[in-house]
Design a protein around this ligand. Structure first.
Ligand SMILES: Nc1nc2c(ncn2[C@@H]2O[C@H](COP(=O)(O)OP(=O)(O)OP(=O)(O)O)[C@@H](O)[C@H]2O)c(=O)[nH]1
Length: 953
C-alpha cells in the first residue's frame, strides 16, 4: 500500500485492496463521508491538485478547495431551492440521488495555487454502511474550456478574414485540434478532413521545408521571440502555395496561431528581390503612420550591406535601421525627411551608418513619399553606399586646401594667361606682392609689363617668346618688379605652356611667382660679408686656418698662421694637419668629425712649429660652408706660456695649501668681500668642530664668526672686536683671547693689500695656554716669598710704588705697617730653624686672615713683615695693627713638645702730600716699629706721614 494513501478508519479488511486499486487508477478520485470530510484521495487526485492525501484526509472538502465567494453563492442558491438553510457540504451532496451520478463543473484551487476547472462526477456511496457519503470522480477540463473559449472568439474573428485560425497539440506535433471554418475557402480543405487526419499538416508540407521546421520548434520559436515564418504548403486546389504562419500563443499543451496564404506577396517580393539584387544598395518600401511609427513592407537583401541587418530583422523591427544611423547625423536626417514629407518632395540625404562591425560608412538615401488617404505615407526608396565617393571628395578638398595653404604660406603668386582670349588672371598673393588692387591689374592686361624693371624687360620678353614659339616648354627666371610704392621686388618666375590649340599654337601659359627679395638681399649681404671676412682673415693678428675635414688638409691660412708656424703660405696650403698636430692621425680625423657636428668647438692641442718647437694651443673651431663643401675654420691661440704660468701657479698653490695645512695654528683667509677663501683643518677643529675646510669655503665671514665666537669666553666682546678690526684694516698681532674652556689664544689680524687695494684678510690663531701657564708660574716665583707664599720684598715694593703713584693722583689715604716678631732669635735658638720657619708661616697666615683682600701683606726679609693698606687712614691703620697684634698674641703654635706663643711689634705710618718717595712712609713705619721695640715690644707705635707721633686718641 502506498504511504501517501490513507485508509479511512472503519473500512472492512478488503478496503486495503480496494484502495490499492483506486490508487492505481488513472482517474482522479476522492471519497467524502456523510459529514463531507474527505476520507479518500487517490494518487491521480494528488497529481491533479498537488495536495498529498494525508494533508486532505479528515478535512472538509469545501473549505480546502473551493473559492469562498463561489461557495457562498452556491450555498445561497441551494438554500433558496430547498427552502431551508444548508451547510457547505450539502452543496456537493444534497442533490445526489442514491445510485445515480450528478455531474458538475467546479473550479478547484490546487495547493500549487492554480485554479483548475474540474468536472466533478458525484456518486452516492453504494455501501449501506457508508450511507450519506459519496465518491467524486474528478476530470481536469481547464485547458479544454480555455481553448474552447478562445476558439469561439477566434472563429468569429477569422470566419470571413484572410487568416485561418488553428490550434495544435504541442505534445503531438502538428496534430491540428481546432481550425477555423474559413480554411475551406482559403486553403481548400474542410475542417472535418483536417481534424480527422492527424498527419494532415505533415502530409501537405513541402518536402524541402521539413528540415527547417523541426518538432517542438513552436515552443522554441516562442521562447526566442519570433512569431512568424513562411513555408510552402500543398493547396487543396492542387498547387503549392506560400503559407505565413503566425504563432500567437503556446500554453501548456496547446499551440494557437493562424495561417495566411501569402503566395502573391511572396511572388511579388521575389520579383522585386531579383530586380533589387541587380541594383547596388538597398531598395525598400516603408510605411509610416501619422503617429510616426513605421514598418518596412519590403526591403531588399542590400539592407545587409547598408545597415548590417537582415531583411527579416528589419521587417520585424524597423527601428533597427534607425539605430544604425550615426548619432551625429540622426537629427539632420530626421529633419530632412520631415521636410520632404511636408512638401511632398523627394527626400535626398547623405549620412553615415555605423555598422555592427564598427565600420562607419557614408550612404545616400533617395526616397519619394506618397501620402495615402488614411494619412499614412508610403516611401519608395533606394539607399546606396557612397563612402568611396565621399573619401575622394574629402581627399580632393583637403589637397586643394593644402595647396592653397602652402601657396599662402610660401607666399607664392599665380598667374594664368589665356593667350587667345588675351586674359591675364592672378591670385591674391601675387596682387599683394606688387601692392596693387586686383582690378587695376586684371582690367589692364598691359599693366603687367609696366611693372617689370626696365633692365629686366628684355629677358622676360625673350623667355615668354620662347614659350609661345614652343622653343621651350617652360622657363625659370629671376627678375625685378617695381612695386606700386616704388620698391624693387625680386621675383623667381616659373612659366609653363599648359595648353596648345589644334593648330599647335600655345593658347595658355601658367606661372608661379615667388618673392625672393629677402633671399637676394641676404645674398648681397653674404657677398659683402665674404669680402669682409677675407679682409679680416688676412689682417687679423690671430692665427687662422681653414681645414678640409674630408682630406684632413689645410686649404687656407692667414699671414698670422705663417708667422706662428714658420711656414710660408704655399707650404701651409695642402699640408696635412697631422704634420702640425701631435695627435695620431686617426684621432685628428675623429676630432674633426666631432667638430663638424657642432657650431662651436673648443680643443687644446700640441702643435709643432717649423723649427720643431712644440706649443700648446687653444683651438676654436667652427664648420663653415664654402663652395659646396663643409670646411673647419679654426682660430689658434698659443697658450704655452699661459699653460706654464698656470702650472707654476698650481704648484705654488699646492705648496701654499700644504704650508697652511701644516701651519701650527688655526688659519682663515677671506677675500675683500668677506667670503672664506681658505681655511685649514686646525681652524675647523678649534672653532667649528663638525665642519671640513671644504664646507667652509665660500661661506660668509659673518656666519663663520658667529659660530666660532661660541668657543670664546666672551662671544659678544669678540664679535665686536672683529668688527673693529675689519673696519680698521690694521695689522694687529698677538691679541690674546681666552676661550670658554680656559685656554688662551693669540690672534693675528693681517689685511693683505695688493697694489694698494685690500684683497684679502688673514686671521691666525695660536694656542698660547702652556706659554701663559709658564709665564704665570715664573711671575709667581718672582713675586712671592717661597716660605710663606705671600708677596716678597720686590713685589711688595712694586705695589707700594703703584699705590704711591695712585695716591699722588687721587689723594686717597694709604697706610703702611711694619711688623717684626719679638725675640725671634730665641725661637730659632731654642726650637731650631724648622720651628722658626713654622712660626713664620703661621704668622703670615694669621696676618693674611686679619687684613682685607685689597691689603698687600709682604715679607720684607727674615722675621720682618709689612702691610700696605690702600684707602686706609691712620686711625684705621692703628686699629688694624692692634687687631693684628692681638691675633698674634692669641695664636698658639702647636709643637710636638707643647705650644709656642710669639708676640709682634708693629710700626704704623702713611703717605703724605709732600712725601717724595713711597719708601718714606715705609721708613716712618720702621721708625715707629723701632719705638715699639724700645717701648718693650708687643706694642703698636705710629708716625703720621709728616713724621709726627700718632696715637689713637
Ligand atoms: N728660622 C728662621 N730664622 C730666621 C730667618 N731669617 C732670619 N732668621 C733669624 O731671625 C733672627 C733675627 O733676630 P734679630 O733680628 O737679631 O732679633 P730678635 O731676636 O727677633 O729680637 P728683636 O729685637 O725682638 O727683633 C736671626 O737669628 C735670624 O737668623 C728665617 O728665614 N728662618
Amino acid at each position: 500500500m502506498s504511504s501517501s494513501s490513507v485508509a479511512p478508519p472503519g473500512l472492512p479488511p478488503s478496503a486495503d485492496l480496494l484502495l490499492s486499486m483506486l490508487n492505481a487508477a488513472d482517474t482522479a478520485l476522492m471519497a467524502l463521508d456523510a459529514a463531507g470530510r474527505i476520507i479518500l484521495f487517490n494518487h491521480a487526485a494528488e497529481k491533479l491538485l498537488a495536495y498529498r492525501a494525508d494533508e486532505l484526509c479528515g478535512q472538509a472538502l469545501p473549505s480546502m478547495l473551493l473559492e469562498p465567494d463561489l461557495l457562498e453563492q452556491e450555498c445561497a442558491q441551494l438554500a433558496a431551492r430547498l427552502g431551508r438553510a444548508v451547510d457547505a457540504v450539502e452543496v456537493f451532496t444534497a442533490e445526489v440521488q442514491p445510485g445515480r451520478s450528478l455531474t458538475r463543473e467546479w473550479p478547484l484551487r490546487g495547493k500549487d495555487g492554480w485554479l483548475h476547472t474540474v468536472n466533478l462526477s458525484i456518486t452516492a456511496m453504494p455501501e449501506p454502511g457508508a450511507a450519506g457519503g459519496c465518491m467524486v470522480v474528478m476530470q481536469d477540463v481547464t485547458e479544454f474550456r480555455r481553448l474552447q473559449q478562445l476558439m469561439t472568439r477566434q472563429h468569429a474573428l477569422f470566419a470571413n478574414g484572410p487568416m485561418v485560425a488553428f490550434a495544435c497539440h504541442a505534445q503531438q506535433p502538428r496534430v491540428v485540434v481546432e481550425v477555423s471554418p474559413n480554411v475551406a475557402s482559403i486553403l481548400g480543405y474542410f475542417p472535418e478532413d483536417i481534424l480527422l487526419e492527424p498527419d494532415w499538416w505533415l502530409q501537405h508540407l513541402h518536402p524541402d521545408e521539413l528540415a527547417g521546421l523541426a518538432d517542438g520548434d513552436w515552443r522554441l520559436g516562442q521562447e526566442r521571440g519570433f512569431s512568424s515564418r513562411r513555408y510552402r504548403f500543398w493547396h487543396g486546389a492542387g498547387h503549392w502555395c506560400w503559407l505565413e504562419e503566425q504563432v500567437q500563443q503556446v500554453t501548456g499543451d496547446v499551440v494557437q496561431g493562424y495561417w495566411m496564404d501569402v503566395s502573391n506577396q511572396v511572388e511579388g517580393e521575389d520579383r522585386l528581390a531579383k530586380i533589387a539584387t541587380n541594383i547596388p544598395g538597398m531598395i525598400y518600401q516603408f510605411w509610416s503612420n501619422p503617429r510616426g511609427r513605421g514598418r518596412f513592407s519590403y526591403v531588399s537583401d542590400g539592407v545587409m550591406t547598408i545597415f548590417g541587418v537582415t531583411p527579416a530583422q528589419v521587417k520585424q523591427d524597423a527601428d533597427l535601421v534607425w539605430q544604425r544611423v550615426f548619432a551625429d547625423d540622426q537629427q539632420r536626417v530626421r529633419e530632412e525627411s520631415e521636410s520632404a514629407l511636408r512638401y511632398q518632395l523627394p527626400w535626398i540625404s547623405e549620412f553615415r551608418v555605423l555598422l555592427p562591425d564598427g565600420r562607419l560608412i557614408w550612404v545616400e538615401a533617395r526616397a519619394t513619399p506618397e501620402l495615402q488617404d488614411d494619412q499614412s505615407v508610403r516611401w519608395h526608396g533606394l539607399i546606396s553606399e557612397i563612402t568611396q565617393r565621399k573619401r575622394t571628395e574629402e581627399a580632393l578638398r583637403e589637397s586643394q586646401e593644402r595647396l592653397d595653404m602652402a601657396m599662402r604660406a610660401a607666399n607664392i603668386g599665380l598667374w594664368d594667361w589665356h593667350v587667345a582670349l588675351g586674359r591675364l588672371d592672378f591670385n591674391q598673393q601675387l596682387v599683394n606682392m606688387v601692392g596693387y588692387d586686383y582690378h587695376e591689374l586684371h582690367d589692364n592686361p598691359g599693366q603687367w609689363q609696366a611693372l617689370v624693371h626696365p633692365d629686366d624687360l628684355a629677358t622676360v620678353r625673350h623667355n615668354i617668346r620662347a614659350l609661345l614659339k614652343r622653343e621651350a616648354g617652360q622657363y625659370q627666371i629671376q627678375y625685378r618688379l617695381l612695386r606700386r610704392n616704388g620698391e624693387v621686388l625680386w621675383i623667381l618666375d616659373k612659366g609653363q605652356a599648359t595648353e596648345v590649340d589644334g593648330n599647335g599654337n600655345v593658347c595658355r601659359i601658367v606661372g608661379t611667382v615667388q618673392d625672393i627679395t629677402t633671399h637676394k638681399q641676404a645674398q648681397k649681404l653674404l657677398e659683402n660679408s665674404e669680402a669682409h671676412f677675407r679682409m679680416l682673415f688676412q689682417n687679423h693678428g690671430a692665427v687662422m686656418i681653414l681645414v678640409d675635414p674630408a682630406s684632413g688638409v689645410i686649404v687656407d691660412a692667414n699671414p698670422s698662421a705663417e708667422r706662428f708656424y714658420g711656414y710660408g703660405r704655399g707650404e701651409l696650403v695642402g699640408m696635412p694637419m697631422s704634420s702640425i698636430n701631435q695627435m695620431e692621425e686617426a684621432r685628428i680625423r675623429g676630432t674633426m668629425g666631432v667638430a663638424l657636428q657642432q657650431a662651436h668647438n673648443h680643443f687644446t692641442f700640441t702643435h709643432r712649429l717649423a723649427n720643431g718647437q712644440l706649443r700648446t694651443v687653444d683651438v676654436h673651431s667652427s664648420p663653415v660652408e664654402s663652395g659646396g663643401r663643409t670646411l673647419l675654420f679654426s682660430i689658434i691661440h698659443d697658450i704655452t706660456a699661459r699653460r706654464q704660468a698656470e702650472e707654476a701657479l698650481a704648484t705654488l698653490q699646492r705648496q701654499l695649501l700644504a704650508i697652511i695645512e701644516n701651519f701650527h695654528g688655526a688659519m682663515l683667509l677671506e677675500d675683500q668681500y668677506g667670503e672664506v677663501v681658505l681655511v685649514n683643518q686646525q681652524y675647523c677643529q678649534l672653532f667649528l668642530p663638525g665642519y671640513t675646510p671644504e664646507q667652509l669655503q665660500h661661506e660668509g665671514r659673518a656666519k663663520v664668526a658667529a659660530i666660532a665666537a661660541q668657543q670664546f669666553a666672551d662671544p659678544p666682546r669678540l664679535l665686536q672686536r672683529l668688527e673693529e678690526l675689519q673696519r680698521s684694516r690694521e695689522v694687529v698681532l698677538g691679541e690674546e683671547w681666552p676661550l670658554a674652556d680656559g685656554r688662551m689664544l693669540e690672534r693675528d689680524h693681517v689685511p693683505i693689500f695688493i697694489e694698494g687695494r685690500l684683497r684679502s684678510v688673514l686671521w691666525v690663531y695660536r694656542d698660547i695656554s702652556s706659554r701663559k701657564q709658564q709665564e704665570e708660574s715664573l711671575r709667581l716665583l718672582a713675586t712671592t716669598d717661597a716660605l710663606t707664599g705671600i708677596a716678597n720684598r720686590r713685589s711688595f715694593m712694586e705695589k707700594l710704588e703703584e699705590e704711591f703713584v695712585r695716591f699722588q693722583r687721587f689723594s686717597n689715604p694709604v697706610a703702611v705697617l711694619m711688623l717684626d716678631i719679638d725675640h725671634f732669635k730665641q725661637v730659632n735658638d731654642s726650637w731650631g730653624h724648622a720651628v722658626g720657619d713654622r712660626v713664620l708661616r703661621d704668622f703670615a697666615h694669621i696676618c693674611q686672615q686679619v687684613v682685607r683682600k685689597v691689603d698687600v701683606l709682604g715679607r720684607l726679609g727674615g722675621e720682618e713683615f709689612a702691610v700696605l693698606l690702600p684707602g686706609c687712614g691712620m686711625a684705621g691703620a692703628l686699629a688694624l695693627a692692634e687687631r693684628l697684634r692681638q691675633a698674634v698674641r692669641a695664636h698658639r703654635v702647636a709643637l710636638d713638645a707643647g705650644q709656642l706663643q710669639v708676640r709682634v711689634s708693629i710700626g704704623v705710618s702713611c703717605f703724605a702730600r709732600d712725601q717724595q718717595e713711597a719708601s718714606v712712609a715705609l721708613a716712618l713705619a720702621d721708625q715707629a716699629l723701632y719705638e715699639a721695640k724700645l717701648a718693650g715690644r708687643d706694642q703698636v707705635r705710629a708716625f703720621d706721614g709728616n713724621g709726627q707721633r700718632f696715637t689713637a686718641d
